[in-house]
Design a protein around this ligand. Sequence first.
Ligand code: UDP
Ligand code: MG
Length: 345
Amino acid sequence: MPGTPTLSIVVPMRNEAKNLGPLHERLRAVLDRLGESAEMVCVDDGSTDGTLDMLRLLRAVDPRVKIVSLSRNFGKEVAIAAGLRYARGDAVVLMDADLQHPPELIERFLELWRRGFEMVYAQRTDRRLDGPLRRWLSKAFYRLFALLSQTDLPPGAGDFRLMDRKVVDALNLLEERTRFTKGLYSWVGFKQIGVPYEVAERAEGGSRFDLLALWRLAVDGITAFSTIPLRVWSYLGLAVSAFALLYGAYILIRTVLFGADLPGYPSLIVAIMLLSGVQLIGLGVMGEYVGRIFAEVKHRPLFLVREAIGFDESREPRPDAAEPRGSAAAPAPGPARAGTASPSR
Ligand code: UDP
Ligand code: MG
């Protein structure tokens, strides 16, 4: 392979063995037509179904296929982060392995990239393929996210996108553990443009996400990009306390004027329960953030690689400011290399 590839295709995959053949076939057709030097960075995210063997087979027939095999399942967001660290292209395309993202769109991406756009994202025109519940939930999430955070998420944009090297380097600088990638894409800025597309049916198997995973993703997204849930409680507490003070004064005056009587127990109990409920919710929100702070301060490597196949060992790793402590270089090939820093703690 001569020098640095122009184009890297990064594909996170978990248990996608059956989809890899068709995916590679269509990708190869597109890449051959483009005539660019390219690499396919396939990140095996702890698959258990022979995805890795399949990748080795593909690599035997097409040396553009490169393999990053994570030591276990780290989740899609982290698999993407791993792929972006290893990708060497001047432009990096991110796509799913299940053929929901038509590879043919890459030609259009490249065209826009050449015209100076630094991030070209695919925007799905309809969500008919998701069930009604998922559709409704995702709409509710986007509303809430827009309300709570300063970051704009373009509607219908997912992970299918092309990024200039500058953008990839910027994303690689972000060290946070709970990675809500969709928010990060917007957060880094740069010159962006959307390309509408129609999302295809998943080629094989069901979605690798269930509702619980999506819920966690939603909580991650909101807590990573907004501190409003954390701060809103002090205002609520203030309002409730003010009300309680006024009410207390009222009772005092009433007692002085008309004497004491016993009724009021029900309202007392209700007030106590309501307030303890509010406090518990507040504590829970604190817990969410404290938990994340805990995760961040541990500074664990984002991912561990069991094996990286096909990456040029002689090449210096890209200058990667994501290693502020100057420890182990990021994507140096080799067994059990950490994603950031040395695998301490
Ligand atoms: N994926 C992954 N790790 C995971 C879950 C999913 O790398 O823990 C990959 C999966 O193999 C696919 C992509 O992420 O290539 C998108 O997953 P999926 O199609 O299940 O999600 P959906 O399209 O429903 O959002
Ligand atoms: Mg999918």
